[in-house]
Write a protein that binds this ligand. Structure first.
Ligand SMILES: Cc1cc2nc3c(=O)[nH]c(=O)nc-3n(C[C@H](O)[C@H](O)[C@H](O)COP(=O)(O)O)c2cc1C
Length: 175
């Protein structure tokens, strides 16, 4: 059984991406998944001055250790102006100061937005960003028009099949 960790790159308490992530986690059958709430991390905006004075924040070091102890990640990303939200970029910038923090990690990447774009610009950006740090993107799933396709905690039939295929394939590709 592989150890999977999961988090969302949004700091919104009503994040649609977090809803999509948690929904997808309900459908994991063969591996243990630990959910991490990134909102709970106390992380200043990256600054070389802060790093020189105080080093890498303890919460980032702890997150790095948790990633190191995992085999795979499920990450949902939200799109702000065609790329990652500043909240998540900040966390990935701090993590990057710890080295290749995703080396050897298999990743399922999710995105959604209220519009037709489905957060795909951010998804593409995140794929390139994660690859720089050794991440292996195994599966992706993007949900357009979240409010139309996710109601009362359930995904519409048209997209559920695709998500289930991504989750099952991801699980099967793990040891
Ligand atoms: C500052 C800002 C920029 C945004 N830019 C985009 C964008 O470029 N593309 C997009 O599809 N949605 C954009 N949106 C809408 C977000 O996709 C929407 O707020 C979504 O709910 C964010 O995901 P979350 O709920 O998981 O945080 C933007 C929203 C904000 C507040």
């Amino acid at each position: 059984m592989s150890k999977i960790i999961a988090f969302t790159g949004s700091n919104s308490s009503t994040s649609i991406n977090d809803q999509l992530l948690k929904y997808s986690l309900q459908h994991f059958k063969n591996h243990s998944v630990e959910y991490i709430d990134l909102k709970a991390l106390s992380v200043p905006i990256y600054s070389e001055d802060i790093e020189k004075e105080s080093g890498i924040p303890d919460s980032i070091k702890k997150l790095r250790s948790t990633i190191d102890a995992s085999d795979a990640l499920v990450v949902a990303v939200n799109e702000h102006n065609g790329t990652m939200s500043a909240f998540f970029k900040n966390i990935t910038d701090w993590l990057s100061r710890t080295g290749s923090y995703l080396e050897g990690k298999t990743i399922l990447l999710l995105s959604s937005s209220p519009g037709q774009g489905a957060g795909r610009n951010c998804l593409e950006y995140t794929i390139a960003n994660f690859k720089k740090f050794g991440g292996q993107i195994d599966q992706t799933f993007s949900l357009p028009s979240f409010q139309d396709h996710f109601q009362d905690g359930e995904l519409s039939k048209a997209f559920k099949e695709d998500l289930m295929t991504s989750v099952t394939t991801f699980e099967n590709n793990l040891k």
